[in-house]
Design a protein around this ligand. Sequence first.
Ligand SMILES: C[S@@+](CC[C@H](N)C(=O)[O-])C[C@H]1O[C@@H](n2cnc3c(N)ncnc32)[C@H](O)[C@@H]1O
Length: 290
Amino acid sequence: MDMIFSFLSSALPSAWSSKASAVAEAIPDSSIHGARVSYPKESVPALYPNEKVGERVTSYAEENSSALPSHIVNYHDMIQKSQPKTANYMIHMSEAQALVFIAKTVGAKRVLEVGVYVGLSMLAWSHAVGPDGKVTGLEFDPHFAAMAEKSFSDHGVENADVIVGDALETLATLTPSEPYDIIFIDAQKSGYPLYLDTILKRSQPGIPNRLLRPGGLIIGDNVLRCGFVADDSTDNPWRNFDFGKHRPQYWKSQDVMSLKEFNAGVAGSARLENWLCPLWDGVNISRLLD
Ligand SMILES: C[S@@+](CC[C@H](N)C(=O)[O-])C[C@H]1O[C@@H](n2cnc3c(N)ncnc32)[C@H](O)[C@@H]1O
């Protein structure tokens, strides 16, 4: 067996549903040396010794973590079936479990999400903050925003709203009456440095209508991007993955450069402390100190 595919088939749980890029464009399954593989960004090859162990560990962790409400699980399944080209934009269900746990742990009541797609992760935030909380989403695709709003009304969710527009512009214009407890960044990767900069500038101590409260969390999704952010050498077999003609040499792309800038900005900020979680596609969880 080819060395690359041997590595992939042994290291990557095939059952993972993956959430793809924040650009409004699906990355189809592709092939490496003729073998079908799924888009790899939620792989965790360093954590499990082979595919079977990885699948079982992942399932075990999901089954032994607090269950998500059935309407969220069912909506995820429905989108997987009905929107096959873009369903992988959604966070993995075990990531949703983690985000709900984090939100409840910090007592979050106000969450802002940058990059909504059809509302799956907003349903998770909505559940986490409870009926007396509030979730606001920023999404520039009106079709996705309408699907998200429909999912809220279909499920009786009254604490979630989507603002349609380019988050690179709308984020800076928000004037929340109370600051957010969590801001989840999950839109286009090239925008991450500006989103971080805007959040920090608009959350200075003492300014009116600050975005994030002192002690609030900034959570950036997909910050490792198939591991390219940390290792874009030829040791990373995903360099051989076909990301499509629009993404040649993806490991050198603006997405990857912007994510490096974002992670460096978080790590280098005296106003933040963080943990870069290497699960899924990498989740950078930081806490605003002031
Ligand atoms: C990865 S998806 C979000 C998935 C969602 N958080 C979930 O897990 O269910 C990213 C979304 O960000 C949106 N997006 C990308 N760039 C954006 C921008 N500049 N402003 C607003 N939305 C943007 C895309 O249209 C897409 O729906």
